[in-house]
Design a protein around this ligand. Structure first.
Ligand code: ADP
Length: 415
């Protein structure tokens, strides 16, 4: 009988094995009892220490965030930690003392894993970062790195298998690579555009220059037909030039090479200047120009030339997409918090609601019939939006098909 002596003053608790043996006389009667006792304190304390160390080791294994398995040499699971049960959504009953390949609905019956455990590990005592990709029934596709080492316990070979789930990392890595690829493709495209634009502009300048010279007729009179042809060369040359200029602007903006030259700019002045630029065309098209300016809004910090370009682009569109009988174009400006809010409204042909999301995309023209009639490149609004955003503002549009449109952009008053 094991026996525990509590709190002896000179030794503390001691442990004993006691044996009581009856000794019989010749007649078969018990006439004596022999009591022997053996001090087992040292052994018990040693066992307790081992148990403590074991619990300690198990609690460490359990708190390790990576799933861990300890297998015997026949691939039976001896121990698994909390992280393993959690990640693979299996219970202790489904796991302990089972063949690894048989856990749950046999998700672990993976050829590559068999290869690792049955061929690689017996030859090497350590295996590092053995990658396995597999679709697990409960948790879906996972990529894991397996690290394994062989060790001996009680003369038997055991295998420690650590599982590192790198699925997220792999996904992030794929996204990063894809991003890099896109960025460099985008950069290459922008560079290509910018080189092409330069190369195209040079010959065009002479096409336009010489047609202007011809059209001035100082070198000789043109007949009606020749005049018509030269006009056509000139108009198309100018159109091509504006297309190339727009492309160059866009390419520069996309490559992040367009920088703002910021100065104090008077909003009323820019609005007046821009309205002046379209005054003559508006008069011919029977369009009345109006403005409505908030006196609280005057000077803002912006790039003068780009601010003008934004407003001029919107005004040109308002003119271009006006109705044949004429109408009204109105520019309003007001202060809203730290922003200058400027709107250009027209009473033109308007935009269908479903077309609005396409408006600010490059090369988008909403209706090819209309475009053929009005001309244009489909780049104006894409550029305008980028110029506004470069300033830290934004641009929105409201429109009713057949009634007119209002484009509103905001620019920060102070940068
Ligand atoms: P474009 O050079 O063709 O004018 P934009 O990018 O400036 O290119 O405009 C894209 C398209 O948006 C135009 O082709 C037109 O269909 C539509 N759009 C732009 N502004 C207006 C407006 N004020 N009224 C109606 N439609 C407009």
């Amino acid at each position: 009988m094991p026996f525990e002596f509590p709190d002896q003053p000179w030794r503390g608790t001691t442990y004993w094995d006691w044996t009581l043996t009856p000794v019989k006389d010749a007649g078969g009667r018990v006439d004596r009892l022999v009591l022997s006792r053996m001090d087992t304190t040292e052994r018990v304390l040693r066992e307790q220490a081992i148990q403590k160390a074991l619990t300690y080791a198990e609690s460490i294994v359990d708190t390790i965030p990576e799933p861990l398995l300890i297998l015997d040499s026949n691939q039976r699971v001896k121990t698994a930690n909390h992280a393993f049960y959690k990640m693979f959504k299996v219970s202790i009953e489904e796991t302990k003392d089972r063949l690894l390949y048989d856990i749950g609905n046999r998700p672990w019956d993976i050829p590559k894993l068999r290869e690792l455990l049955e061929e690689v590990i017996p030859k090497n005592s350590h295996v590092k970062d053995f990658e396995v990709e597999h679709v697990f029934p409960n948790i879906g596709r996972k990529t894991v790195l397996l690290n394994a080492s062989r060790f001996q316990q009680d003369a038997a070979d055991m295998i420690l298998l650590a599982i590192d789930d790198i699925t997220q990392f792999k996904k992030a890595e794929e996204i990063r690579l894809e991003n890099e690829r896109l960025i460099s493709a985008n950069k290459a495209r922008s560079e290509f555009l910018s080189i092409m634009s330069h190369e195209l502009r040079t010959p065009l300048t002479s096409v336009i220059g010489y047609s202007i010279l011809l059209r001035e007729q100082e070198l000789g009179k043109l007949n009606k037909k020749q005049e018509f042809y030269v006009d056509s060369v000139l108009a198309n040359g100018k159109h091509l030039l504006s297309l190339i200029n727009s492309l160059l602007d866009l390419a520069k903006m996309e490559a992040g090479k367009l920088e703002l030259v910021v100065e104090n700019v008077s909003v009323p002045e820019i609005i007046s200047d821009s309205l002046n630029l379209i005054k003559e065309k508006a008069r011919i098209q029977h369009i009345v120009l109006k403005k409505d300016l908030d006196p609280a809004l005057n000077v803002i910090e912006a790039d003068r030339q780009k601010f003008k370009q934004i407003l001029f682009n919107l005004l040109s569109n308002a003119l271009k997409f006006s109705k044949e009988e004429g109408g009204i174009i109105k520019v309003s400006a007001k202060k809203e918090g730290g922003m200058a809010k400027i709107s250009v409204s027209d009473t033109g042909i308007g935009i269908r609601e479903e077309d609005i999301p396409r408006l600010f995309r490059k090369f988008e023209q909403l209706d090819s019939g209309i475009t053929r009639k009005y001309g244009g490149t489909g780049l104006g609004l894409a550029i305008t939006k980028q110029l506004v955003e470069l300033h830290g503002g934004n641009i929105t549009v409201e429109s009713r098909y057949g009634e007119g449109s209002t484009f509103t952009f905001s620019l920060p008053i102070a940068r």
